[in-house]
Design a protein around this ligand. Structure first.
Ligand code: NZQ
Ligand code: ZN
Length: 395
């Protein structure tokens, strides 16, 4: 295990009815709130009205920034920072999924920065200070509710890049599983694929003997695999939604990634798909992950892939190659069973930009040097190519 510095300072209020504590959580930072949200789901399911009533009864001043897009845009960040200055905002309240929370983090940092907030994606150390953020999570997926990361898109340059820092970790997050009852099927499976991917990215690291992290990750992955089909069939199943929600937060709050070195593999590849085609992040990850595992399967990785399958996907083979192949097959079939579109063509991506996206993925990351198995442009391109056709397996 590597040395690490772990902090998970977010105050989590978990469970049905926790929303009542929202005014108190906000008032720790002030009375003037920027309320951020997405395209309207919170208006349709009543959460918006509940929040407004609570804040009004607490005599808080609320300025709104709605309409935050999935894959949030740089322009929205600038608009949010402008609103914070104009209205002398004390605290940002993000009510939504990862996109709303990420956008709010970038706004929080932009408030204290005179330059272009896109700079945060180029120099992480610039985001050292931020307005306080409180979140009400509505979609189990990114873990943004309990970490300092954010991903912002610049549609003009077709770039989607990460930024972040400890100053941007939400001060408090309300995790009420009932707020995810209305998440549509497509976003539910995308969210679960994202949670799994965060765990898989950390699990496959060159660092050995990080058993605590790996076994925690295995438990979380099994939980996601168990409860996702239940949530898909019964969207209002409280315990399914509750377990997915808590798994979302624990999968990316540093718990399973601290003490492991190296950089992620599927996320940098997926971010190019989203940057070029504006696709749903988790779906892109589901498509990529089995092809990536198939691409990196070799004598050095076979044992780890087999161990993953035995621990998480009920693979019973003793022999590592058979076990590893079955692991990849089971993972792929799991996504198929959920109903995920498993080829790039099904999400509107053809061959045209595969090479360009592969170049960008390598340029924007340390894939070629620090990934679990280093991936050069030709590797990324081969993985993208493999995503054009369904995977086939021979027993
Ligand atoms: O916009 P609204 O109308 O609210 O609808 C959203 C959106 O269309 C809908 N939705 C959310 N909660 C709902 C709901 N619909 C009905 N009922 C509810 N309760 O779901 C759609 C997707 O929302 P979004 O916030 O985009 O999804 P997600 O949470 O998956 O966030 C994705 C973004 O987070 C980034 C991704 O790259 C992507 O930009 N990530 C952020 C990370 C982080 N900060 O740590 C890590 C991740 O790896 C990821 O990259
Ligand atoms: Zn992700």
């Amino acid at each position: 295990m590597e040395n690490f510095d772990f902090q998970a300072p977010t105050n989590i209020l978990f469970g049905e009815g926790q929303l009542q504590h929202l005014p108190r959580l906000l008032q720790e930072h002030g009375q003037r709130v920027l309320l951020t949200y997405g395209g309207g789901s919170i208006k349709r399911n009543g959460l918006y009205d509940e929040v407004q009533t609570l804040l009004k009864n607490a005599n808080m001043t609320v300025i709104e920034l709605g309409g935050i897009d999935p894959n949030p845009r740089l322009e929205t960040v600038k608009e949010g920072a402008r609103l914070c200055h104009e209205h002398d905002i004390d605290v940002i309240l993000a009510v939504g999924g990862g996109s709303t929370i990420d956008c709010s983090k970038a706004i929080a940092a932009a408030y204290y920065y005179d330059g272009d907030p896109w700079d945060f994606t180029q120099k992480r150390e610039l985001a050292t200070k931020g307005l306080p953020i409180v979140t009400v999570l509505t979609l189990a997926a990114t873990g943004s509710e309990m970490n300092g990361g954010a991903v912002i898109s610049n549609m003009e340059t077709k770039e989607k890049l990460g930024m972040g820092g400890r100053a941007l970790i939400p001060k408090a997050s309300i995790l009420d599983p009932t707020n995810t009852f209305t998440v549509p099927r497509y976003q539910t499976m995308a969210g679960s694929a994202d949670i799994l991917s965060h765990l898989i990215e950390n699990y496959f690291s060159v660092t050995e003997h990080a058993a605590v992290q790996d076994h925690v990750a295995e438990g979380l992955m099994k939980t996601v695999l168990h409860y996702t089909p239940i949530a898909l069939e019964q969207p209002e199943h409280y315990d399914a939604r509750a377990n997915l929600m808590w798994a979302s937060s624990l999968a990316l709050n540093g718990l399973t990634g601290s003490g492991k070195k190296g950089s992620w593999s599927c996320h940098p590849m997926e971010h190019e798909l989203s940057a070029y085609y504006d696709i749903t992040h988790g779906i892109g990850l589901a498509i990529l992950t089995p092809r990536w595992l198939a691409h990196i399967l070799n004598a050095d990785t076979v044992e780890k892939i087999a161990a993953f399958g035995r621990a998480v996907l009920d693979v019973e083979w003793e022999e590592p190659w058979a076990a590893a192949r079955q692991t990849i097959q089971r993972l792929y079939e799991t996504f198929v069973a959920w109903g995920v579109p498993m080829t790039l063509g099904e999400v509107g991506i053809d061959r045209e930009y595969l090479e360009e996206m592969a170049e960008q993925a390598v340029k924007h990351s340390t894939l070629a040097t620090h990934a679990y198995v280093p991936l050069e442009v030709k590797d990324v391109q081969a993985i993208y190519e493999a995503c054009l056709t369904p995977m086939t397996f021979t027993e």
